[in-house]
Ligand binder design. Structure first.
Ligand code: FUB
Length: 341
């Protein structure tokens, strides 16, 4: 399936750039890299994959992660330092399993590590842990963030000093179990194919970075005609892995399309959107999931992503990688093909 998709999209676009790179970490499996520049270095906050023996299913039970490491690099292409375990599921009072894609933010010299995990009822919540260094360790709060749900937190610091959390993911990420921030039960309610797709969520963070300052709101993703992207539009609709950058005056909202395996992006003029679909940043990689972050370092932009090349294709054993991102003069992003055969 992935090969067919790749060939289809290469045929559709003649400006796809081939870029394969080596895993940044080879003594651990790592995934979902959220990269930031803190204290002049690149810090990477990934998931820590391991083989727990849980069989693969559509809810992602095989992604049974139990702790997090932090990595840093002094320079592009430089040595990658492993800062060890910065948070363990056994240290989080409310969490039971599946520590999925995390992120981190800095405010006033303190570092905040955000992570999704399932609680004792197998419901995903988003937690926060606090530290004095970008390298951790992080001390978790007793309870998950009030009003949080689903997965894949990405905390964006806007140029005016406000912080926003983007979150959500469908299928195993449970976003489909909510409407208007209310849990509807575990029946998996999806809109019909010709209805607007489920939306990624956004909430402004409180001053202390430990809670939401407002009710989470839905973010509209629009097509080129200004119409909402529909549930049946699997090539473009939001699945998981939200990330936001402000580049010049434009907000770039990027995300995974899940079962069509792309990292896509849409642009808008403020953090809440709406965002208008623009195209594909990263075509399918080896392995089912595709999850990324984008960061500026010394005037260049870099895409962090993962694939399953080191494990020879095991979808739950991934490795983080990076490559430079190239922009066209009109601000559009050149599509990358990083498939390792
Ligand atoms: O790594 C576990 C989950 O897989 C992440 O939270 C998703 O984004 C997908 O990469």
């Amino acid at each position: 399936e992935e090969n067919t998709l790749k060939q289809d999209s290469v045929a559709a676009q003649d400006d796809v750039r081939r870029s394969t790179s080596e895993p940044l970490v080879t003594d651990n499996y790592t995934a979902d890299p959220s990269a930031h520049v803190f204290e002049g270095k690149i810090y990477i906050y990934p998931s820590h994959d391991w083989d727990s023996g849980i069989p693969e299913d559509d809810t992602g039970a095989h992604f049974n992660m139990k702790d997090y490491h932090v990595y840093s690099m002094d320079s592009i292409g430089g040595e990658v330092t492993d800062h060890g375990v910065v948070l363990d599921v056994d240290d989080v009072a409310w969490a039971s399993r599946q520590m999925w894609a995390p992120d981190a933010a800095e405010k006033d010299g303190k570092y905040y590590f955000y992570f999704p995990a399932k609680d004792e009822n197998d419901i995903f919540r988003i937690g926060v842990a606090v530290g004095d260094s970008p390298a951790g360790p992080f001390e978790p709060q007793e309870e998950p963030i009030e009003g949080s749900y689903s997965i894949d937190p990405a905390v964006y610091e806007d140029t005016d000093g406000e912080y926003y959390m983007y979150f959500g993911g469908i299928w195993g990420g449970q976003l489909q179990d909510y409407r208007n921030n209310e849990y509807q039960g575990e029946e998996d309610i999806y809109p019909a194919d010709d209805e607007p797709a489920l939306s990624p969520m956004i909430a402004k963070m409180s001053d202390d970075m430990l809670s939401f300052a407002e009710e989470p709101r839905e973010i509209q993703l629009l097509d080129e005609d200004g119409e909402p992207i529909l549930t049946g539009d699997n090539d473009r609709r939001f699945f998981e892995a939200a990330w936001v950058n402000k580049i010049d005056d434009t907000y770039y909202f990027s995300y995974s399309t899940g079962d069509t395996h792309n990292i896509a992006y849409a642009t808008g003029d403020n953090p809440y959107g709406p965002f208008t679909y623009q195209g594909v940043i990263l075509e399918p990689v080896l392995g089912w999931t595709n999850h990324h972050s984008i960061v500026e370092y010394e005037g260049k932009w870099y895409l962090f992503y993962h694939d399953s090349s080191l494990s020879e294709g095991k979808t739950y054993l991934r490795s983080i990688k990076m490559t430079e991102l190239q922009f066209n003069e009109d601000g559009s992003i050149q599509t990358i093909n990083a498939m390792v055969e």
